[in-house]
Ligand binder design. Structure first.
Ligand code: ATR
Length: 284
């Protein structure tokens, strides 16, 4: 039988780690599949996806800037993708294309791994999220499902954070929106950094007191080096004495594992793949 065809579609997509991750999952689970990169022109996402599926493609991972377009591509959408306002996984079924979002569950699984190593668990945690863009919107629903006790969203533009608070308001969890300069009369167990600042070797202006009181600072982005200090905010948190700091490479692997499961109905082991990526990352 010929290999089932999968790909990651985005723009740019040249540096995507998804092919390496899915090829490793396929080897581990003995699945006969191919996985490629598709760089779609910004204005022709739909045409590119149509062409892929018409040529027999079985599934796509969707990355920036097309996650919103992926949600709109089909009527057949999971509840978690609707909640996130974005889709990162498309699957061709007998009766059409199904859209889902695995980013949030990817984060929750990676945080569970860290909790196994002594970081605070999500259940009953007081969580601060820095940033109110697509990445933040994708994780709030899964954090609520995981049983957090409190979510504060801090953002450069408070109105954007407030819109998320309204969207996700919940009778049992206090959600609130803040600016970076706000006065804080409380502390948080977990800080999740979800802005693109790390990509520019920059850092959001969170109060040092807030950072140093956290038990875990997690950056959804990742950079070169080791898990605990590969981005600017992680290095700063470590310098302030935060016990647990971690970048988002594990989230990347976990969201991929969930996509793989959606496509192949088999759950790959993520730990060996994460370890291999870490080893490669340390030598970049
Ligand atoms: P994504 O969709 O990946 O989350 P985004 O929508 O480009 O990325 O931006 C995410 C968030 O990062 C936004 O909340 C943005 O703040 P604004 O709403 O005020 O625009 C925030 N952000 C982007 N660059 C930032 C920076 N240099 N410092 C602080 N916040 C930043």
């Amino acid at each position: 039988m010929s290999a089932a065809r999968y790909a990651v579609i985005g723009n740019p997509v040249a540096h995507s780690k998804s092919p390496a991750i899915h090829e490793a999952f396929a080897r581990e689970t003995a699945q006969n599949l191919s996985y490629e990169r598709i760089c779609a022109p910004i204005e022709s996402f739909v045409a590119s996806v149509d062409a892929f599926f018409e040529a027999g493609g079985a599934g796509l991972n969707v990355t920036l800037p097309f996650k919103l377009a992926a949600l709109r591509y089909t009527q057949n959408v999971s509840e978690r993708a609707v909640r996130a306002g974005a889709a990162n996984t498309l699957r061709r079924d007998a009766d059409g294309v199904f859209a889902d979002n695995t980013d949030g569950v990817g984060l929750v699984r990676d945080l569970a791994r860290l909790a196994g190593a002594g970081a605070p668990p999500l259940r009953a945690a007081r969580v601060l999220i820095a940033g109110a863009g697509g990445a933040s919107r994708g994780i709030i629903g899964p954090l609520l499902d995981a049983g957090v006790a409190r979510i504060a969203i801090v953002n450069r533009t408070r109105a954007t954070a407030q819109a998320l608070v309204l969207q996700f308001q919940n009778p049992s969890v206090e959600l609130s929106a803040h600016e970076y300069g706000a006065a804080w009369g409380e502390s948080f167990d977990i800080i999740l950094h979800a802005t693109p600042a790390s990509l520019f070797d920059a850092r959001v202006p969170l109060h040092d007191d807030l950072i140093s009181e956290a038990k875990l600072v997690y950056d959804l982005a990742y950079g070169r080096g080791t898990a605990s200090d590969s981005t600017e905010i992680l290095r700063h948190a470590r310098a302030l004495g935060v016990a647990h700091t971690c970048d988002g490479l594990g989230m990347l692997v976990e969201q991929a594992a969930e996509s793989f499961f959606l496509w192949r109905n088999i759950r790959p082991q993520s730990a060996p793949v994460l370890a291999a990526l870490r080893a490669a990352q340390a030598h970049v």
